[in-house]
Design a binder for this molecule. Sequence first.
Ligand SMILES: NC(=O)C1=CN([C@@H]2O[C@H](COP(=O)(O)OP(=O)(O)OC[C@H]3O[C@@H](n4cnc5c(N)ncnc54)[C@H](O)[C@@H]3O)[C@@H](O)[C@H]2O)C=CC1
Ligand SMILES: O=C(CO)[C@H](O)[C@H](O)COP(=O)(O)O
Length: 298
Amino acid sequence: MQLGVIGLGRMGQIVVNRVLDAGHDVVAFDLSEEAVAAAADAGAEAASSLDDFVDRLDEEKRIWLMVPAGDAVDATLDELDPHLTDRDVVVDGGNSHFEQSVRRAEATKAAYLDCGTSGGPAGAELGFSLMVGGPEWAYEELTPVFDAVATGPAGHDRMGPAGSGHYVKMVHNGVEYALMQAYGEGFELLANGRYDLDLEAVSRTWNNGAVIRSWLLELCEEAFREEGNDLGDVADHISGGSTGTWTVQEALEQEVPVPLIYQALSERFGSRDEARFSRRLANRLRYGFGRHEIVREE
Ligand SMILES: NC(=O)C1=CN([C@@H]2O[C@H](COP(=O)(O)OP(=O)(O)OC[C@H]3O[C@@H](n4cnc5c(N)ncnc54)[C@H](O)[C@@H]3O)[C@@H](O)[C@H]2O)C=CC1
Ligand SMILES: O=C(CO)[C@H](O)[C@H](O)COP(=O)(O)O
């Protein structure tokens, strides 16, 4: 089978490598010439432009987009669309908002699969978990590619119609935020608690048979091993946040309570402002109502 891949960054390069390793052919394009050269080194056919990319594809085109979510997806689809027919299949493997995916699926001539991808760059070895939405025939047509990119046949499934793949991935990310918050709070208590603990040893012990073992906990173990028990100079600042925001927005719309996910998102936003206004105001108000000493910046 032949697959065209557009977007050859951290994730797209893994898609290319895994599809090649499974014995398929890959045509690769990226705005970055270095990224295209790296894909060519791995065995892909290099495309020098989007027109060149389309020319190199078989008549029935199978295309995987792994570009940043948002404008890059629309820009790529706008350029591709004049070359597409209803026998072609386009997969968006990025973290697009599910409503954008529904809109794109309606707008493009090709069959459109929205594919939530989990596993991060660490998925290079193991393969990813893929949550796919869109037409059944297109999902079945792309199954050999999904088998290769995922951990195997059990690592992907069709969630439902257009948008459902990215919807499930959005909720996955909300859960990811809440789990990180829970581990963070537990380790913060251990770090400031009654015993002088080796947090790498705690996470290693938990990772071996404990109820709360998980990949995120393995990453906690790695973090304490590599950064030290106090996390060294790792700053109090959490970037990202868009997928968690979408999850909370959707929960509000559906009137489903998600307090843990909301709290985790809120902590993330709070971490970007070292001198939180709300904390400073509370500091001043305690003086107002109780004449508690105002703590001033040094
Ligand atoms: N990094 C991660 O852990 C995960 C990322 N994702 C999603 O996968 C998608 C890609 O992420 P990464 O690989 O991490 O990003 P990246 O920034 O490493 O790579 C993006 C690549 O797309 C290329 N690109 C941008 N606009 C383009 C265009 N118009 N035409 C052709 N190439 C273009 C860039 O040159 C770059 O090589 C994003 O939607 C991201 O949210 C999903 C799951 C995990
Ligand atoms: O999807 C992911 C992990 O599952 C990506 O790492 C993503 O970047 C996380 O989303 P955000 O930056 O919105 O927190």
